[in-house]
Design a protein around this ligand. Structure first.
Ligand code: RTP
Ligand code: MG
Length: 136
C-alpha cells in the first residue's frame, strides 16, 4: 500500500468538478484517508513548490494557487502515486491522454485542475506539509 497527496486546484473547485474528480480516484479503488477544503497560504505554497522556484511559471503558479480554495487529500492504495499521476494526465494539457482528468477538462498548462505527488519522497514530504497532524 502506498499513499499520495492530491490537490484539487482552484480551477477545479470554481468549475464545480470536485465530485467528478474524486470519482475518478475512487473508481480506481483509491481510498481517501484525509481531506480538507481551505485557502492555501503563501508559506505552504512556497514549501510545496520549492523545486520550481525561479522557473518562468513560478509566480503565476503561486498566484493561481491562491486565487480560491483548494481541496487537499491523502489517497491510499496499491501504486497510489503512479496511479494518481496517470489519472491526472500529463502536465501539458495538449499531451494529456483524453481519458485523464487534464485530458478531459484542462485547456491550460498552469491551470490544470489537479496535483499529484511525483515520488514516494515527495508524497511523504507533501503529506507532512499539508497534514502535519497525521502520523507517518
Ligand atoms: P503537479 O505537480 O501539479 O502534479 O503537476 P506536474 O507534476 O505534472 O507538473 P510540475 O512540473 O510539477 O509543475 C507543477 C505545476 O506548475 C504548473 N506549470 N505551468 N506554464 C507552464 O509551462 C507550467 N509548467 C508547469 C502546473 O500547474 C503544474 O501542474
Ligand atoms: Mg509536480
Amino acid at each position: 500500500m502506498e499513499r499520495t497527496l492530491v490537490i484539487i486546484k482552484p480551477d477545479g473547485v470554481k468549475r464545480a468538478l470536485i465530485g467528478r474528480i474524486i470519482e475518478r480516484y475512487e473508481d480506481k479503488n483509491l481510498k481517501i484517508s484525509a481531506m480538507k477544503f481551505e485557502n492555501a497560504t503563501q508559506e505552504i505554497l512556497e514549501k510545496h513548490y520549492e523545486e520550481h522556484l525561479g522557473k518562468p511559471f513560478y509566480e503565476s503558479l503561486l498566484s493561481f494557487m491562491k486565487s480560491g480554495p483548494v481541496v487537499v487529500m491523502v489517497l491510499y492504495g496499491e501504486n497510489a502515486i503512479e496511479l494518481v499521476r496517470k489519472i491526472n494526465g500529463a502536465t501539458d494539457f495538449l499531451k494529456a491522454d483524453s481519458g485523464s482528468i487534464r485530458g478531459q477538462y484542462a485547456f491550460c498548462t498552469t491551470e490544470n485542475l489537479v496535483h499529484g505527488s511525483d515520488s514516494k519522497d515527495s508524497a511523504e514530504r507533501e503529506i507532512h506539509l499539508w497534514f502535519p497532524e497525521l502520523k507517518s
